[in-house]
Design a protein around this ligand. Structure first.
Ligand code: MLT
Length: 260
């Protein structure tokens, strides 16, 4: 369905019944990231799966911030009629947004899932690099980013068909939205200090071969979360929900059956 909010039109899937899980995809991906996991768990839970502002089929704006994404998600929950606290699940950039959502809309959170992400803000070098990439994307199109990221996204065992499919998805994004997301990531808050204040149950998931946000980052993050639980998915890279959806769904399903 299409939800209009905050001056954008959002493509949102609302699937299943039960405790709601807000699923926040990474960069430069879209809500399809969650499909194979949601399919396995929709008998017990409701999944709200948006395409973020400027990615997938949602409207792009020339600039975006983590606060914009977080407020968009709160508006989407509102439009879906979800009033009870939800499980907020984010992968990579989706995790950065989940931290901001917690800061701005913490009363809406029942539990958190951090997948293949990190709490630290960008270094000055990384910020400058994002700026260069944003300019290249605007000049050359989204395929520039797809070519650049493909190898680092997947573990060594990921089938070529999966890589091919995601290369296509990444290439078809609106370059304006991709560039805006690079700016939003560069400007994000550091969330390391926030970790100790997240008292709600938190599941931390990482692929064994995640080259973008490695397992060690997740071990450290989990140790700082008061109610954190770590699951490492053998063989997978950064794209755990599509590389091993059965392992991801199994970890998430157990967590959701007793999140608090
Ligand atoms: C992502 O997977 O969302 C991004 O690669 C994260 C990042 O660039 O920091």
């Amino acid at each position: 369905m299409i939800i209009s909010a905050n001056g954008c039109a959002f493509h949102v899937e609302d699937f299943g019944q039960g405790l709601a899980v807000l699923c926040i995809h990474g960069f430069p991906l879209n809500g399809q990231l969650w499909q194979p996991v949601v399919e396995q768990l929709a008998g017990n839970n409701r999944f709200i799966v948006p395409d973020l502002r400027g990615l997938g089929r949602s409207t792009a704006t020339p600039q975006a911030t983590m606060a914009d994404y977080a407020d968009d998600l709160a508006a989407i929950l509102e439009a879906c009629g979800v009033t009870a606290p939800v499980v907020v699940m984010g992968l990579s950039m989706g995790g950065y947004i989940a931290f901001e959502f917690y800061r701005r809309h913490g009363e809406r959170v029942r539990a958190m899932v951090f997948a293949d992400t990190r709490p630290e803000a960008d270094t000055p070098e990384k910020r400058a690099d994002r700026q260069v990439k944003a300019e290249r994307v605007l000049q050359e199109g989204s395929r520039y980013m797809a070519d650049l990221m493909l190898d680092s996204l997947f573990g060594p065992a990921a089938p070529p068909a999966l890589r091919f499919a995601w290369h296509g998805i990444m290439s078809s994004n609106d370059p304006t939205g991709v560039a805006a997301a690079l700016g939003a990531m560069a400007g994000r808050n550091d969330s390391v200090e926030l970790l100790s204040s997240i008292k709600e149950p938190a599941l931390v998931i990482v692929g064994e071969h995640d080259a973008i946000t490695p397992p060690e980052v997740h071990r450290e993050m989990c140790a700082k979360l008061p109610a954190g639980k770590l699951v490492e998915i053998p063989g997978a890279g950064h794209m755990t929900p599509v590389e091993d959806s059965a392992a991801f769904a199994s970890a998430l399903g157990s967590f959701l059956s007793a999140p608090a």
